[in-house]
Design a protein around this ligand. Structure first.
Ligand code: HSE
Length: 415
């Protein structure tokens, strides 16, 4: 592409970051020629580019060949991305929700119109994970991709570990510009699951709807779990995971209990990390800032820069044999509850530990992923689910519930 004329939608945290970063990147033949923002009454830093409030001014401007979409409203963002592609403009976006929910359609649209749709900033902020999955892991040797994909929740978990309350930590994350405008998307895990959905396409060629995947956020974690984990020298991290066993693909998101040997153990605050495992290469860790104005803008800048040589994702895994998602797996979990009777709702294949107290009980053991999917964990504030790293394909071991166990023969403690 000769010259890059950018129409920028959104002048918030990331949009204004991009503006500054581009101003300082003199050797890039790219400039923002128009900005469209949402709120005319918002106090903004002054720019040399006039800000307008009418999307037609970018979409109908034929001199603009690249649309950078960085707005909050996902309905509006979807319409902008779609029209821009139809008008044969390249699109760079950080909108994970729009991408995750409409990936197949938008990829087709970009292809039909002969333009690029790039979105490195949509997953793990500044970490160049999509480009690496596309270019380096361009074969079927990948077996696992897992990581911390949300800066806000990692910030909250880090601060909770240091004794700061959940609401104070969330407020700090909002003040620093990490959180979504609706922070429910962060704390209930939706932001992470959108990102995992996008990674599934690039890592394994799988197109899944985010709603198919187990999504458990951090809202209902209790002080008892934080204490349990701390006492054992473990940590809680909100981990998104996708892996292949015997040609079946598994993927889910939940708070995990991890040991100090886990690559994500020391990934704190707004940092993200993506651990990739592949045959021959073994483990590789990508680490960097997952949220914030400049780190996210840097990923957007990299996409803009890639357009200089007409870069487009090739989706090389599309015909991979490993494309089908399965939920037939046993996961080792910790389920905590304020009411011990609730625990008997769950059918465990193996129980490793059981604690029964007056106001809080927990059970650790293996349970089917399919069964975990039947519970709306984010809405059940009496329950919490944490997952360990161990999992296995089901065999025919005897199913157990608390009610068919002889409780007296187990470790039964009172609080
Ligand atoms: N709210 C997101 C996060 C922003 O906290 O990670 C980056 O996608």
């Amino acid at each position: 592409m000769k010259k890059i004329n950018i129409g920028l939608f959104g002048f918030g945290c990331v949009g204004s970051g991009l503006y500054k970063v581009l101003e300082e990147s003199n050797n890039l033949d790219a400039k923002i020629t128009r900005i469209v923002a949402k709120n005319p009454n918002k106090q903004r830093e002054s720019t040399t580019i006039p800000i307008s409030y009418n999307s037609r001014e970018i979409l109908e401007d034929e001199s603009i060949n690249v649309v950078v979409e960085l707005i909050n409203d996902s309905g509006e963002a979807y319409a902008i991305i779609k029209e821009a592609l139809q008008r044969k403009k390249h699109v760079v976006t950080a909108n994970k929700k729009v991408l995750a929910e409409n990936l197949a359609e938008l990829i087709t649209l970009a292809k039909e119109n002969g333009v690029s749709l790039l979105y490195e900033a949509a997953v793990a902020g500044s970490i160049p994970i999509i480009r690496n999955l596309e270019e380096y892991y361009n074969n079927d040797l990948l077996t696992t991709i897992e990581g911390i994909l949300n800066g806000t929740t990692n910030y909250i978990l880090t601060k909770s570990n240091a004794g700061i309350t959940y609401s104070e930590a969330l407020q700090e994350a909002q003040d620093k510009g990490f959180a979504e405008s609706d922070p429910t998307l962060d704390v209930d895990g939706f932001d992470s699951i959108y990102k995992l959905t996008i990674l599934l396409k690039h890592a394994f060629g799988a197109v899944v709807a985010p709603s198919e995947l187990l999504t458990v956020g951090i809202r209902n974690l209790k002080k008892q779990e934080v204490k349990f984990v701390k006492e054992k020298g473990f940590r809680i991290k909100l981990i998104a995971k996708a892996f292949v066993i015997e040609n079946k693909l598994f993927a889910y998101l939940a708070p995990h209990i991890i040991e100090s040997s886990h690559a994500a153990y020391n990934v704190d605050n707004e940092f993200n990390a993506v651990l990739v495992q592949a045959a021959y290469a073994d483990k590789q860790l990508f680490y960097g800032k997952g949220a914030g104005s400049f780190p996210t803008a840097s990923a957007v800048l990299s996409d803009i820069s890639a357009l200089r040589y007409d870069y487009a994702y090739e989706y090389r895994k599309t015909n991979s044999e490993i494309r089908n998602l399965s939920q037939n797996l046993l996961l080792k979990v910790y389920i905590g509850s304020e009411n011990v009777n609730t625990l008997s709702e769950f059918e465990f294949n193996e129980i490793e530990d059981l604690y029964i107290g007056k106001n809080y009980s927990y059970q650790i053991g293996f349970i089917k992923l399919e069964d975990l999917l039947k519970v709306n964990w984010n809405k059940r504030n009496d329950l919490s689910l944490l997952i360990f790293s161990e999992n296995k394909l089901p065999n025919h071991t005897q199913k157990k519930t608390i009610s068919n166990l002889n409780l007296l023969s187990n470790k039964t403690l009172s609080s």
